[in-house]
Design a protein around this ligand. Structure first.
Ligand code: KG4
Length: 342
């Protein structure tokens, strides 16, 4: 009999459930919350209410798509953190209720570790490539910008991280300054394709080691726009594509500089990127181009597995299941769960 894992993800504004059987993800259902668009960012209270509405239908759909019954599930893996506490509580409470009802073990999953292990997702009938250990991951999302050495599925270490804002936050906040919708990353990415990336230059941070900083960029972007609007009230509309392209180039340059430094320092040429910003076309192009130049082998999960999803939680749960790493019912949701060393 094979191992069947139910994965649950509810750390931010996506409610997701996935079914994995023997290392293969059979279903990955994601309900994204549209309610936040009107506010230009995620509203925590609204997010947890939407998770409560979504969680049961999403799990039912994941089971149905996979052709698996509730009674066939051997363990439930859930994101225990980091994320928004109210959101995490919904997934954590659901996992506990399911585990009690079915008398099966629970597996806690760190959301960041799950983004990294998304690189090991296998789907039925899909040929997939996976990184070899040790590899480096650039993990870039709305809440994190980190460089991690991955020595094994359950052995990883953060060697660089942002000291303030995350790259996705820089995208989202600069998009808000330009009056674009939330989340701003995909919108800027689309408009950037039509613009001139050399038209404007923005400050790049000077941070030692492998750490990142994005708060200065956001502030300099805001002040630049304010100054230009004094001369031309329609400055944003007249220059939108060039602004997006120049901003995107700056963010990608900042991300790539530290990734290249990390690869050089460690001598590692297996390079993966993960998290929502890894869907960015400019970043993907830069990683492939530098990869070809520097002899890297590059790995990027497909879109459905790079944004928040439960497939990555289920695959992390699978490796923890094989290592018998279970957790008791007393485990609380942990909004600040760290990945410094796993
Ligand atoms: O990993 P994710 O879905 O959620 C967490 O933050 O955990 O990442 C969401 C972030 C948002 O900041 C969004 O703007 C950004 O990923 N993002 C992108 C793109 N797609 C999503 N940023 C730049 N370009 C994209 N194509």
């Amino acid at each position: 009999m094979g191992v069947v894992i139910l994965g649950i993800e509810s750390s931010c504004d996506d409610t997701s459930a996935a079914i994995l059987k023997d290392g293969v993800v059979l279903s990955n259902v994601i309900a994204s919350q549209k309610v936040h668009e009107a506010y230009g960012g995620v509203v925590p209270e609204l997010a947890s209410r939407a998770h409560q509405q979504n969680i049961i239908p999403v799990v039912a759909q994941a089971l149905k798509q996979a052709g698996i019954s509730e009674n066939e599930v051997n363990a439930v893996a859930f994101t225990r953190g980091p994320g928004l506490l109210g959101s995490l509580l919904v997934g954590t409470s659901f996992a506990k209720g399911f585990a009690i009802a079915k008398q099966i073990p629970m597996i806690e999953v760190n959301h960041l570790q799950a983004h990294i292990l998304a690189n090991f997702i296998k789907e039925p009938g899909v040929e997939s490539r996976h990184p070899k250990f040790p590899f480096l991951t650039l993990l870039v999302s709305g809440g994190n910008s980190q460089i991690i050495i991955v020595r094994d599925y359950l052995d990883m270490e953060v060697i660089g991280q942002t000291i303030d804002d995350a790259a996705g936050e820089a995208y989202d906040k600069c998009a808000k300054v330009m009056g674009l919708s939330y989340p701003g990353g995909p919108v800027i990415d689309r408009l950037a394709k039509e613009g001139n990336p050399e038209r404007f230059t923005f400050n790049k941070p000077n941070i030692p080691g492998l750490d990142y900083s994005f708060s200065g960029l956001k502030t300099s972007f805001l002040y630049f726009i304010r100054d230009e609007i004094k001369n031309d009230p329609d400055f944003i509309q007249h220059n939108l594509n060039d602004l997006c392209a120049s901003l995107q180039k700056t963010i990608v340059d900042i991300l790539m500089a530290k990734l290249k430094k990390a690869a050089k320092q460690t001598g590692i040429k297996q390079i993966a990127i993960g998290g929502g910003v890894s869907a960015n076309s400019g970043l993907q192009k830069a990683v492939y181009a530098e990869g070809a130049r520097l002899g890297w082998e590059v790995f990027i999960p497909r879109l459905g597995f790079s944004l928040d999803n439960a497939g990555m939680v289920a695959v992390t749960g699978y490796y923890k299941y094989l290592a018998s790493q279970f957790i008791g019912l007393e485990a609380p949701a942990d909004a600040r769960m760290s990945l410094r060393k796993i």
